[in-house]
Design a protein around this ligand. Structure first.
Ligand code: NTF
Length: 830
């Protein structure tokens, strides 16, 4: 019609205009948002308002780019990768977005004009903490890299009202408080009420000849699930990424009749039932709680996502046989594995497709990443629970299993035993659905996240599947981290040095270029500036520690950092036992001898799952030891122990650039990769680690001499565990002395900490603390010795920082694109 012709052409003119980038235009748009979005003027603008006003102008610019990116990929019918993850640990967006748009200087000037320091405004933003730890942060880095590398990639997840809990430390104990991150307006998300899908639970299956599969799902409870989009700013390109998060629509579930009858809880009952689905992120890392609500969360997420993917596919008008050429679906661990059954269900029940044709599409589209081998983390759902909540899916999973086992029986004549070992259904009481097995059977590729981990899964937990599917289905993609956030944004001092060395900022999205730093390793002036950058970052962290813990630390001391989720396998316990050994040693010295020692600040941070008793006790223990050490007049500045509360992405951005040494000391074979190890080394910190996860590849890249490695090897672990149980060695004298100190009561009631003594030696020592303790202490001595030799230390630090090109998530994403997704990049405006 005429009206839409006119408005279409006017609109085309309007959107083709570049958004102005000069300071005056930006200031005007900030005024406009302050006045018309927030009803503020410069005289009543507080820091939060200024942050919001400015953020909304950035949002405008991002939206424009998101729109351009989407149209671009639609116009070329680009294959889309759908990264399905129950967690996105995004952190803050403000600073990241300014840097990505290349407008940080302009925004700094604008905030000064408004009477604020940009750094203070940055602190107004709450972290988006929709993840537990490494797995969720990896997803956030990956979406950043997909956008920066010009891939058509979206993240899909859930919009939790309460993210990762806030950790308070009260009397040394972890206390959890809800993370009410949605209290303030969120400039970074866009509600999309027009994008919503129905998701069903419960009900029963009826046989109906009218559908091609012969089944329908009846009497189910239905919810409307709606999309919220979070654009992901990308550096060095006009492409912008997106994370689509789902939440239930609840308003139309209000029961007015009940309300009128005075039944207020009844009136809102259905609203609450729907709302609670995305109320809270389960706070478990490497641990599976097996709760019914979690299963519902997973299904709601999966169902909305698969429907959205199908909806977009149908817009292309292509035949189903081309689905896998336009769609790749990556499962971030097993949490979204129901997606396999959901796509199969939709194709056979609703799209009238034959089982085999549907299964072909499913297996060509899905790929699965495994992130852990810890048995307690591997997801299994009781068959009765799944049958109640998702009756049709359970039927489909049984069929998938049946056809799979028939195929195995035919291709490799096998015994019943073998079939029961690889069955998707575990014959326990009750039966359980093994989600990792479903993910393997329904995917065309399975990957681990570091070479050693990928090798281990093939040799252990998935070895039977290698026999069935062949070795090529199982690949490795080593993790990576985004250099935008983890170098450029969090460490401006270092970034300036790299930019000067490389000649421009191209290293930010081409990180291997940082190797040029190595050419300056003998340049006196450069070495001094390298050291000074580290000292400045340590001073910044010392201030943060003073503000958050009230403890004064000297930034000239060696900063020794272990920050990550608290878990027995990560062995924070070994670290704190080592601290007690150090304390004992110092106490025996004369004051003069003590002053001669390397001064250390030992820094811990991390959250424990709320129901994880031993991990919580470890936190209390660290704080009790810290109290004694920090208040011991003999010790003074020679040793300080700090537990920084509420570790989160924005805290990490202050902590990571400030390490001299960081610890990654998991029992060999237990840490799939680790990603903070990469961040610390990129920022010029050395690492003390076991032969585990990505430590192995970091050592390969930076050179064994640059790294402090210790401990037993992965293939030796079983034998040591066996010996601890049946042929224990006598206890190491240093460890015995540490236990004696604990038992003397200096750190408080020894009975309280006895479980920690019991799980660090003898048959209870599942993670081999007592086995590795002696070599750990030796490695720590080597750290001290090297730190005394400042010039050697600086050399190693520069070599480490310059050799980390491999560990950018741009490389990981390129590996996925080439080896798993079969997808090419394409830039807007290219
Ligand atoms: C984690 N896994 C691993 O424990 C880390 O080693 C790894 O770096 C990250 O994944 C990212 O790959 C998990 O959080 C989970 F849930 F799989 F246990």
């Amino acid at each position: 019609t005429k009206r839409s012709d006119v408005s279409n052409s006017e609109y085309a003119k309007f959107v083709s205009q570049e958004v102005p980038r000069d300071e005056v235009s930006i200031l005007n748009s900030v005024f406009s948002h302050l006045a018309y979005t927030f009803h503020k003027n410069p005289s009543n603008t507080e820091a939060m308002d200024a942050y919001n006003g400015i953020a909304f102008t950035i949002r405008d610019r991002l939206l424009k780019r998101l729109e351009d990116t989407d149209s671009h990929f639609i116009s070329i019918n680009a294959k889309r990768i759908n990264y399905m993850s129950m967690e996105f640990l995004i952190g803050r967006t403000f600073d990241n977005a300014m840097l990505a748009l290349g407008l940080r200087k302009e925004y700094s000037a604008v905030s000064n004009t408004l009477g604020f320091n940009l750094e203070d405004l940055i602190d107004e933003e709450r972290d988006a903490a929709l993840g537990n730890g490494g797995l969720g942060r990896l997803a956030a880095c990956f979406v950043d890299s997909m956008a920066c590398c010009n891939y058509n990639g979206w993240g899909y997840g859930l919009r939790y009202r309460y993210g990762m809990f806030q950790q308070q430390i009260i009397n040394g104990y972890q206390v959890e408080a809800p993370d009410c991150w949605m209290d303030n307006p969120n400039p970074w998300e866009f509600p999309r009420p027009e994008i919503s899908y129905k998701v069903k639970f419960y009900g029963n299956i009826a046989k109906t000849p009218s559908t091609s599969s012969g089944y329908t799902w009846e009497n189910a409870v239905e919810y409307d699930v709606m999309a919220f989009d979070t654009p992901v700013p990308a550096f060095g390109t006009k492409n912008v990424g997106n994370i689509r998060l789902w939440s239930c629509k609840t308003n139309d579930l209000f029961d007015l009749n009940r309300f009128n009858a005075g039944d207020y809880p009844g009136a809102t009952g259905n609203m609450v039932a729907a709302d609670i689905l995305t109320y809270v992120l389960y706070p478990n890392d490497n641990q599976n709680a097996g709760k019914e609500l979690r299963l519902k969360q997973e299904y709601m997420f999966v169902s909305a996502t698969i429907q959205d993917i199908i909806h977009r596919f149908k817009l292309t008008g292509k035949p189903w046989s081309e689905f896998h050429e336009l769609v790749a679906i990556q499962l971030n661990d097993t949490h979204p594995t129901l997606g396999i059954a959901e796509l199969q269900r939709i194709l056979v029940d609703e799209e009238a497709m034959s089982w085999d044709a549907a299964w072909d599409i499913v297996t060509k589209s899905f790929a699965f990443t495994n992130h852990t081998i810890l048995p307690e983390a591997l997801e299994k759902w009781p068959v009765p629970m799944m049958g109640k909540i998702l009756p049709r899916h359970l039927g489909i999973i049984f069929d998938i299993n049946l056809f799979f086992l028939q195929h195995v029986e035919k291709s490799i004549p096998s015994e019943r035993e073998f079939l029961s070992r690889i069955s998707i259904i575990e014959e326990s009481s009750p039966q359980q659905v093994r989600m990792a097995y479903l993910a393997i059977v329904g995917s065309h590729r399975v990957n681990g996240v570091a070479q050693i981990h990928s090798d281990i899964i093939k040799a252990t937990i998935f070895s039977e599947f290698v026999k069935v599917f062949g070795s090529d289905k199982f690949v490795n993609v080593t993790n990576g981290v985004t250099t935008r956030r983890w170098v450029n944004q969090c460490n401006p001092g270092l970034s300036a040095l790299i930019t000067e060395t490389v000649g421009d900022e191209s290293w930010v999205d081409d990180y291997p270029k940082a190797h040029l730093l190595e050419s300056r390793v003998n340049d006196e002036d450069f070495r001094k500036r390298w050291w000074d950058v580290k000292q400045a970052n340590k001073l910044r962290l010392a201030t943060y520690i003073k503000d958050t813990c009230g403890i004064t630390v000297n930034h000239d001391a060696l900063f020794d950092i272990q920050v990550k989720r608290i878990h027995e396998y990560k062995r924070q316990l070994m670290n704190i036992l080592g601290v007690i050994h150090r304390y004992n040693t110092l106490k025996k010295m004369t004051p003069e001898q003590r002053q001669d020692q390397v001064h250390r600040v030992i820094i811990f941070a991390g959250k424990s799952a709320s129901g994880y008793y031993i991990a919580k006790l470890i936190i209390k223990f660290i704080n009790s030891v810290a109290d004694v050490v920090n208040n011991d007049k003999d010790i003074g500045d020679v040793l300080k122990v700090v537990f920084i509360p509420d570790y989160c992405v924005s805290a990490a951005e202050v902590i990571v650039p400030a390490s001299d040494i960081s610890q990654h000391i998991s029992t060999a074979g237990t840490e799939a990769s680790g990603t903070s190890n990469m961040k610390f080394v990129m920022n010029g910190g050395l690492i003390l680690g076991t032969v585990d996860g990505a430590n192995v590849e970091i050592a390969e890249e930076v050179g064994d001499d640059q790294i402090f490695m210790f401990g037993v090897l992965a293939h030796e672990v079983d034998e040591f565990r066996f010996n601890l149980r049946y042929h224990p060695d006598p206890l190491d004298a240093n460890l015995q002395a540490v236990y004696d100190t604990i038992k003397s009561g200096v750190f408080g009631n020894p009975d309280e900490f006895n479980p920690l003594v019991e799980c660090s030696h003898g048959p209870g020592d599942n993670y081999l603390v007592s086995v590795d303790f002696a070599s750990y202490l030796m490695a720590q001595d080597a750290v001290d010795a090297l730190y005394k030799d400042r010039e050697s230390w600086i050399t190693k630090s520069i070599l480490c920082g310059s050799r980390m090109g491999k560990f950018t998530s741009d490389r990981s994403i390129t590996d996925y694109a080439e080896n798993i997704w079969n997808i090419e990049p394409s830039a807007v405006d290219a």
